[in-house]
Ligand binder design. Structure first.
Ligand SMILES: NC(=O)c1ccc[n+]([C@@H]2O[C@H](COP(=O)([O-])OP(=O)(O)OC[C@H]3O[C@@H](n4cnc5c(N)ncnc54)[C@H](OP(=O)(O)O)[C@@H]3O)[C@@H](O)[C@H]2O)c1
Length: 293
């Protein structure tokens, strides 16, 4: 006989919410759903989900409420009119936003008698339903531990601590690296294309470049944590010449130079700051100084 699974409410049925409901249904959970555009629930209802007619009904159905909305503004738009139904609920907020907004939302939820667990989902909808990718969580540890088993139906879990902002912070750090990396690839593709090289032809080289990154990160990380940027294996002055070559190659190809020009500007600030003989990692100090100003 199948073990009784915890029943769950999911609010927000974009691609991510729909994948999550599908995973819960596949794992034998009873799922109540609500979405602003009600028709997005049709297929899930056909698979066994229960459609709530109102947000209040969705909140009343289960203690555990998963939110998968565009951002926290959408969460307030959905929940503000239904705050009377929040008392005693566990809000697992898997909508993306900033750490400060996650902290504010946790306080807001507490003010209405609900407990808020922040989540940062690192994967795409197609990978929901297995442990291969993990989701950052932060907020009350007892809440996380009580519901970890159910949340692991969606993805693996990576609990970062009590501060509700932490999961959002780790998520945004990942996004910082992801977007910068992806956009750099798209830029290189435009330069390649202008020179008659297809994305397919560049693929093995692009893959090799990104695959080499862990080696660089592993080498530089202890030095950065120690605040040391010795110019023994690389120097910023060498880096600035290399970035200038990328900029000129871009311009020669007739491609928008905004990305390498911005990068060159950062390198030049490092040079002006006296880091010419230091490692390229000294740029982290340039970024920190900009924050301090
Ligand atoms: N998709 C991904 O690959 C991915 C990966 C990692 C993390 N995430 C994060 O997961 C969350 C959900 O992703 P998604 O792709 O499913 O997002 P999405 O397509 O933006 O859909 C999210 C849901 O938000 C609802 N919504 C937006 N504004 C609303 C408002 N003002 N009032 C009521 N409902 C509102 C939409 O309702 P309607 O259906 O009525 O428009 C929809 O159900 C986002 O925070 C996203 O950043 C997504």
């Amino acid at each position: 006989m199948r073990e009784q699974q915890q029943s769950v409410t999911v609010i927000g049925l974009g691609p991510m919410g729909r994948a999550m409901v599908g995973a819960f249904l596949d794992a034998g959970h009873e799922v109540t759903v609500w979405n602003r555009t009600a028709s997005r629930a049709d297929e899930l209802v056909a698979r066994g989900a229960r459609r709530a007619a109102t947000v209040e009904e969705a909140l009343a159905a289960n203690e555990l409420v998963v939110l998968s909305l565009t951002d926290y503004d959408a969460m307030y738009a959905v929940l503000e009119p239904a705050t009377a139904s929040l008392n005693g609920r566990i809000l697992v907020n898997l909508s993306s936003d900033t750490p400060d907004r996650a902290r504010a939302a946790a306080e807001w939820a507490a003010g209405h008698g609900a407990r808020h667990l922040t989540g940062g989902v690192q994967s795409s909808p197609s990978t929901i339903g297995g442990p291969d990718v993990s989701t950052y969580y932060s907020g009350p540890k007892d809440v996380f531990e009580a519901h970890q088993g159910t949340l692991e139906v969606l993805t693996g879990t990576d609990y970062k601590g009590e501060d509700p902002g932490l999961a959002a912070l780790y998520y945004q750090l990942q996004m910082d690296m992801f977007w910068t990396g992806l956009v750099s690839w798209l830029h290189a593709l435009a330069v390649a294309d202008a020179n008659g090289i297809s994305a397919e032809e560049l693929l093995p080289h692009a893959s090799e470049t990104f695959a080499s990154m862990p080696q660089f990160l592993g080498f530089y990380t202890p030095r950065i944590d120690a605040g040391e940027h010795p110019g023994d294996v690389d120097r910023l002055a060498m880096g600035v010449a290399s970035v200038a070559h990328v900029l000129h190659t871009t311009r020669d190809a007739g491609v928008d130079p905004a990305l390498p020009a911005a990068m060159l500007g950062i390198f030049e600030r490092g040079m002006a700051g006296g880091h010419a003989g230091d490692s390229v990692t000294s740029l982290v100090e340039v970024f920190r100084e900009a924050v301090a100003r």
